[in-house]
Design a protein around this ligand. Structure first.
Ligand code: DWN
Ligand code: SAH
Length: 393
């Protein structure tokens, strides 16, 4: 299916450059019937996406910071040798939110992070960070310099890298014989179930299922040994992989692969229904917005997410529909949304204006945001939701 021409989801525009032509590509996902890998047909280059201005900082969500500190705590508890000369590597370490727990525990660590904007924050906080893309070449340089890793982590990043086979061989060569490779990512099954089409954008080259992850890494000698559902980012999966035969495989893996077969994750009918539900949202959301603004109410956006770029461009929405978007990220404030040029403002402005309606583009962080915006809700502030379908709450 196609979501049309789209700009890069995080390519925010400085107001003085708003008349310049922006890079666009066709957002057209498909699924490989042989290996089950759900993927984008057209993929803009990684160097055009992950730049020195990349504006997404993991630490903007307290909930995500907690999630990652729990993950680190569990890994450290499960492997007491880590504190004794162990080595943890993170791919896509961003501002160091996850690695900081290992650093605090005195564990050798290294993050691969190509986007300078976020990597520099991690470095400033004392997190060892290599400002480069992880690939088989950089992996081999690190192995020569520091030796193999006990744990390689990749949260919301492995599906961002088009050269998945190069990643597989890089990870396999950098991991100890009894090491583990842990991936966390938005889960294809949840994306389909929730009609969360806004999880699709240039950075998400692949949206993983258990079946696809098992197939993709098996050919590099890595076996899927465990899977655990996570509630974060609207429904994610944690996949643990290890060198073939080094660990026992849990029943959860077989259960998930069976479930995916039964749910028809590899059947075209599943995707035809998904497309119909996406098209219903594309029809209903602009209608609801024009109805509400026709009654004289102000509508804004909440969270200048990567996801919002897909929604705005797919549904043909712009400044006539959404006055501005509030976002707590300093680097996003004062910028304009890609292609649609909606201004991004700080939270203080949201609270001052107290608009009647806000489209919740950061719907994956709803619990956290409801707590923050209690006062606004008490005053009658309403969310416009579009996932799993268009509603007012
Ligand atoms: O995979 C990816 C995920 C992890 O992060 C990346 N490819 C890009 C990015 O996607 P996103 O922009 O859709 O992520 P979030 O976490 O949904 O973005 C939330 C946005 O909302 C941030 O810009 C921060 C902002 N925010 C806010 O203004 N107030 C967030 C919270 C929690 C808040 O209270
Ligand atoms: N892991 C963090 C960040 C996710 S955003 C989290 O879960 O919140 C994706 C991050 O991966 C960005 O910071 C981006 O710069 C980085 N990235 C993209 N390609 C990469 C690669 N090949 N190697 C390492 N990091 C990469």
């Amino acid at each position: 299916m196609s979501f049309g021409e789209q700009p890069l989801a995080n390519a925010l525009i400085a107001p003085e450059r708003s008349s310049e032509q922006q890079l666009t590509y066709e957002l057209a996902p498909t699924i490989c019937s042989a290996c089950g890998l759900f993927q984008l047909l057209e993929q803009p280059t990684a160097t055009s996406i992950f730049t020195r201005k990349y504006p997404f900082f993991t630490s903007t969500s307290k909930y995500m910071s907690n999630h990652f500190s729990h993950l680190a705590r569990d890994l450290i508890q499960n492997d007491p040798t880590l504190k004794d000369g162990g080595f943890v590597i993170e791919i896509g370490s961003n501002d160091g939110t996850l690695l900081q727990s290992f650093a605090k525990a005195g564990i050798n660590h290294l993050g691969f992070e190509p986007s300078e904007s976020v990597a520099n924050v991690a470095k400033k906080n004392g997190i060892n960070t290599d400002i480069s893309f992880f690939n088989s070449e950089t992996a081999s340089l690190i192995r020569q310099k520091y030796g193999p890793a006990d744990i390689i982590l990749g949260a919301n990043v492995i599906g961002h890298i088009a050269e998945i086979n190069d990643i597989g061989s890089g990870v396999a060569s950098l991991l100890k014989d009894d090491g583990i490779f842990l991936i966390e990512a938005v889960y294809l099954g949840d994306m389909l179930l929730n009609t969360a089409f806004d999880q699709l954008y240039d950075e998400h080259v692949f949206t993983f299922s258990g079946t696809a992850v098992a197939n993709a890494f098996h050919k590099h000698g890595l076996e899927l040994i465990n899977v655990e559902r996570q509630s974060v980012h609207g429904g994610s999966m944690r996949y643990t992989l290890a060198p073939l035969g080094s660990h026992t495989c849990t029943a959860a893996v077989k259960n998930l692969l069976d479930e995916e077969k039964n749910r028809g994750l590899n059947n075209s009918a599943t995707y035809i229904e998904f497309r119909q539900r996406c098209e219903a949202i594309r029809r209903d959301l602009p209608l609801l917005l024009s109805e509400i603004s026709g009654m004289g109410h102000k509508i804004v956006g909440y969270g200048a997410t990567a996801k919002s770029t897909t929604v705005l461009n797919y549904c043909g929405l712009g400044t006539n529909d959404i006055a501005w978007i509030q976002d707590s990220t300093k680097a996003k404030q004062g910028m304009l949304s890609p292609q649609t040029l909606v201004p991004i403002v700080p939270p203080e402005y949201f609270r001052e204006v107290s608009p009647e309606y806000a489209v919740l583009f950061a719907w994956n962080h709803r619990d956290e945001i409801e707590m923050l915006e209690r006062e606004w809700r008490k005053k009658g502030g309403k969310w416009i939701l579009y996932i799993p379908k268009v509603t007012v709450a």
